[in-house]
Design a protein around this ligand. Structure first.
Ligand code: G16
Ligand code: MG
Length: 213
């Protein structure tokens, strides 16, 4: 029986991918190359430094470690500026109603994101009070598909992995949930998220019944 739900942030609760994209594109342009929305798909659910590696590979650029850290910091500065303007209106359809129902029925809720900016976003969109635990990029050493982020969330909720269900929009996240021995529900398209136990396109109309496996 499922006693806890673990939510990815970007692509599940809010669409911050568009802000990551704007910031990465700005960096690419500054370095003298183009970065398309299609290229951006490869960065979803991937850590900041790994994202930079992929971006530089696309632009065919090489830098030493110190410069790479500076570039990542620069991108993050722009990203933080974009997300500072976020508010409740950016919560994706149906998410709030679903979180409310879970709380009413005693299901525990955790965040499971590799973003180091997750807390800022949860505060800006006023969702922090819904979460019993928040595991983000400041608390884990290994990004998805490593299961660390989800295992830590289960631990903080004091639940066994098999009592938890993960909601994820990225392939790397689905793999991480599988490796954590949890149920996983994909949010997005079944063609991309075929390895999930179930796939929904949005949370609109989704009820606690979805947790019956
Ligand atoms: C998110 C995004 C990724 C991003 C990562 C790190 O992960 O999907 O594109 O690179 O966080 O974010 P930051 O640079 O803010 O630390 P998730 O796990 O919320 O999907
Ligand atoms: Mg995501």
């Amino acid at each position: 029986m499922i006693k806890g739900c673990i939510f990815d942030l970007d692509g599940v609760i809010v669409d911050t991918a568009k802000y990551h994209y704007l910031a990465w594109k700005r960096l690419a342009n500054e370095l003298g190359f183009e970065f398309t929305e299609k290229d951006n798909e490869r960065l979803k659910g991937v850590s900041r430094m790994k994202s930079l590696e992929i971006l530089l590979e696309i632009g065919n650029k090489k830098f030493d470690e110190e410069t790479k850290l500076k570039l990542a910091e620069k991108k993050n500065g722009w990203y933080v500026e974009y997300i500072s303007k976020m508010d409740e209106s950016e919560i994706l359809d149906g998410v709030k109603a679903f979180l409310t129902e879970l709380r009413e029925k005693g299901i525990k809720i955790s965040l499971g994101s590799v973003s180091k900016n997750a807390m800022t976003i949860l505060k800006n969109i006023n969702l922090l009070p819904y979460f019993d635990a928040v595991i983000d990029g400041t608390k884990v050493a290994n990004a998805k598909p490593d299961p660390e982020v989800f295992l830590k969330a289960a631990e903080e909720l004091k639940l066994k992995p098999e009592e938890c269900c993960v909601f994820e929009d990225a392939v790397a996240g689905i793999e991480a949930a599988r490796r954590a021995n949890m149920k996983v529900i994909g949010v997005g398209s079944p063609e991309i998220l075929g390895d999930a136990d179930k796939v929904i396109d949005t949370f609109k109309g989704v009820t606690i019944d979805i947790l019956n496996f």
